[in-house]
Design a protein around this ligand. Structure first.
Ligand code: E4P
Length: 217
């Protein structure tokens, strides 16, 4: 599963990128607002920082303006993926942008039927929102598994980008459900490798090593 960071904070991204396990980045209007930065500038910086797919979301509600915005965003860098909401207008825009050869991420997906339509519109990625479905009282991870089953059954090649991941358990469940990619805040990426037994084990090894009086270098 590809690991995407769900943030527009450059410092946090730089730190995560230095781990060597970052495959891409997703942003949305909320994350851009939170960064306090100019949208186009921050997307350009993220694209330079991470060579993988970088999602930048349109904000128009009608397909014509979404297409114009999407074409502008796609010019920022070769690795921009235009993020489009899963509405009727968004599906129309996805079809046109995909026809232009522009990579698309159809976002705000909450059902198998929506995911099927995104695939038929030619989406490169579809983003089912795990955490928001859980908050709503449904089962976000189960949606990932059901989309996986349908995409495999009908040979859709749209990639499933598990989004709205809130904790490491969501990541493990998305992996097992067959998501192609998962996007998560930098805090969740860090929580994937941090484990109390790793910290304790390392502390014990360091104390015992000191007792030997040796040095490797
Ligand atoms: C990313 O593409 C989504 O916009 C993001 O994962 C949503 O996460 P949230 O539900 O935690 O805001």
């Amino acid at each position: 599963m590809l690991i995407f960071a769900d943030t527009a904070e450059i410092d946090a991204l730089r730190e995560i990128a230095s781990l060597g396990v970052l495959d891409g980045v997703t942003t949305n209007p909320t994350l851009i607002a939170r960064s306090g930065r100019n949208f186009v500038e921050v997307v350009a910086e993220i694209c330079a920082l991470c060579p993988g797919p970088i999602s930048a979301e349109v904000v128009a509600l009608d397909s014509d303006t979404m297409i114009t915005e999407g074409r502008k965003l796609a010019k920022i860098a070769d690795n921009v993926v235009v993020k489009v909401p899963l509405t009727g207008e968004g599906l129309k825009a996805t079809k046109v942008l995909s026809g232009d050869g522009i990579a698309t991420n159809v976002t705000l997906c909450f059902s198998v039927n929506q995911a099927m339509l995104a695939a038929k519109a030619g989406a490169t990625y579809v983003s089912p929102f795990i955490g928001r479905l859980d908050d709503y009282g449904a089962d976000g991870v189960d949606l990932i598994a059901r989309i996986r089953a349908v995409y495999d059954l009908y040979d859709f090649d749209t990639q499933i980008l598990a989004a709205s991941i809130r904790n490491p358990a969501h990541v493990e469940q998305a992996l097992l459900a067959g998501a192609d990619c998962g996007t998560m805040p930098p805090s969740v990426i860090k929580a994937l490798y941090e484990h109390p037994l790793t910290a304790k084990g390392l502390n014990d090894f360091m104390n015992d090593w000191k007792k030997t009086g040796q040095s490797i270098l």
